[in-house]
Design a protein around this ligand. Structure first.
Ligand code: G4P
Length: 530
């Protein structure tokens, strides 16, 4: 195998998703710890430490003690080169969260064992399901009181409409949590101490059929319950089928406790065996093979002002095929220009490093002088591919925004446009109305605050914001349709996004049904394929 092929085959790129507080940060930390990428747990996003170092406007983030942006971490483990895409942990969502999932080949879904599925798990799952990427479930916090594992599994299957395959099974929970049963090995992995922290812990392995030894480890009561549980599981659960896993139809489930390290290493090893190397990506009618030697990538995220000293942007790209080389010239498809990607960087745990080369599966950040938009393709000259755009997801909160100082029109417009191009907000206008207010749509309300903060600090513009009552937005899918001819409820508003697409804003979901009923042939879409 060529060096390039070897490098690509050992890449694993995945996103970790969860509802806030389920333990995503803790699990990420433990994974990095096993990879030797960090020395101490607590240093990835230690509530007070390095994670704030990234940027200027993140002052806001710092003040509120939250993480708005997603970051990427790369580390080595057992011959694999792992890229973890972290998604924002705060309950306020941004589209970045969704887009990050576009860059991943699989997802690890962390669930709090006491709470089960929570609202954000639901939203994120939908996006993963849309892409049919494999989803691995880590049910966390077994060292605390937890719901019945059967109930949790059933909830996953019912709510998400997928099959599950428990890879292991918890033995007790809370103070009685003794370890897990490994279904493949048919053995229990008992832990003899709670270990809050930094070291790998050695599990004591014992075959379940050796009742005496098992009794000694976990007690007779827990053994009996376990034997019954295993029997029930073997009889009732789905068959394991790697193909189903890789198509996102069967989710392998792991029980454990990230904080105390229970089951983390087992999870990592088994997850790596099951996940795929970088997946092929579609470009219109063609499919780009990751092992194609020619470099290609798409932009999935743009972040402003990473560096205090410069007011510039970083475009994050997911490499889809081949090998990236620092001083090579590449073609920016949407811009129609050949260029060198300046200051290519990668996050290695906490360090940002300039890199010389990178491979399919990797994420690189490049200096963006304002030429890139979300979804853009960059590829080897002469390759002529264009990856399918990243969909624009329907915002869930709306506000009318206008500038306070009427003199600041230029800064206001420039700021709004740039922030919208980065994909941090979506902006809409009422066509032909002459109204200067801009309607802003966001996925999470925190984005409003980010917008106000950035307009003030980067564009010296104060704005007034008025909440709008819209709850649903739909892109009109009929080409050439004049929206002013539609029969709509009086509170439905026709607007255009900054690319000129027509949309309708509705105050309630029944208004959407009403519009569809009253306008035969009308096509309304929940997201726009750009
Ligand atoms: P998130 O990124 O998904 O938002 O969650 P995070 O890892 O920050 O974890 C949220 C809280 O849950 C943290 O406690 C963390 O220590 C705790 N936690 C994570 N995994 C486990 C686990 O397996 N068992 C138990 N018992 N707790 C767990 P905190 O008090 O909010 O923060 P901290 O003071 O511990 O940092």
């Amino acid at each position: 195998m060529s060096d390039m092929k070897q490098e690509i085959s050992r890449r694993r790129t995945f996103a970790i998703i969860s509802h806030p507080d389920a333990g995503k940060t803790t699990l990420t930390e433990k994974l990095l710890l096993y990879g030797g990428a960090i020395q101490l747990a607590g240093s990835v996003k230690g509530k007070a430490t390095a994670r704030h170092a990234v940027s200027d406007w993140m002052e806001l983030e710092k003040q509120r003690g939250i993480s708005i942006t997603s970051s990427v971490m790369q580390f080595e483990y057992n011959g694999y080169c792992i890229n973890i895409l972290d998604t924002p942990g705060h309950q306020d969502f941004s589209e970045d969260t969704y887009r990050t999932l576009m860059a991943a080949d699989s997802a690890v879904m962390v669930i709090d064992a006491a709470k089960g599925i929570e609202p954000q798990t639901r939203k994120l799952f939908k996006i993963c399901a849309m892409r049919h990427i494999p989803i691995f479930t880590f049910i966390n916090k077994l060292d605390r009181e937890a719901r019945s594992p059967f109930e949790l599994i059933e909830e996953l299957e019912k709510e998400f409409g997928i099959g599950t395959y428990p890879m292991n099974w918890p033995i007790g929970c809370g103070i009685d949590f003794k370890g897990v049963y490994d279904r493949k090995k048919k053995a229990i992995l008992a832990f003899n101490e709670f270990h809050r922290g930094q070291n790998r812990i050695k599990a004591i392995e014992c075959d379940l059929s050796d009742s005496e030894a098992v009794d000694e480890l976990i007690g007779e009561n827990l053994r009996r319950t376990l034997v019954d549980d295993v029997e029930l599981l073997d009889g009732a659960s789905y068959e394991f089928d790697l193909n189903e896993v890789r198509n996102g139809r069967l989710s392998p489930v792991f029980f454990g406790s990230a904080l105390t390290n229970f089951g983390v290493e087992q999870f990592l090893n088994s997850f790596l065996e099951m996940t795929t190397p970088p997946l092929a990506r579609t470009t219109g009618e063609d499919i780009v093979d990751p092992f194609d030697e020619r470099f290609s990538a798409f932009v999935f995220k743009i972040q402003a002002n990473m560096n205090k000293a410069h007011r510039d942007r970083i475009a994050f790209m997911r490499i889809c095929s081949g090998k990236f080389q620092r001083n090579e010239e590449y073609f920016h498809v949407q811009g129609g220009k050949t260029l060198k990607l300046a200051q290519p960087q990668q996050m290695m745990a906490q360090e940002r490093e300039i890199i010389e080369e990178a491979y399919a599966g990797d994420i690189i950040g490049v200096f963006d002088p304002g030429i890139f938009s979300i979804g853009d393709t960059v590829c080897a000259t002469g390759m002529k591919v264009e990856f399918e755009g990243i969909p624009t997801f329907a915002p869930e909160h709306f506000a009318a925004v206008e500038r306070v100082d009427t003199m600041k029109r230029k800064q206001f417009e420039k700021g709004m446009m740039q922030i919208a191009q980065e994909g941090a907000i979506q902006i809409f206008r009422e066509p032909y109305s002459g109204i200067e207010e801009v309607i802003v749509g966001v996925v999470g309300v925190l984005q409003f605050e980010v917008l106000e903060y950035r307009l003030k600090s980067e564009y010296s513009t104060d704005v007034r914001r008025r909440a709008l009552p819209y709850q649903e937005v739909r892109w009109i899918g009929n080409e050439g349709l004049d929206p002013s001819t539609l029969n709509l409820t009086s509170d439905t508003k026709w607007v255009q996004d900054f690319k000129g697409n027509n949309l309708l804003l509705f105050t309630a979901s029944w208004c959407v049904d009403w519009a569809l009923k009253k306008n035969e042939g009308l096509i309304l879409r929940e997201f726009n394929k750009n």
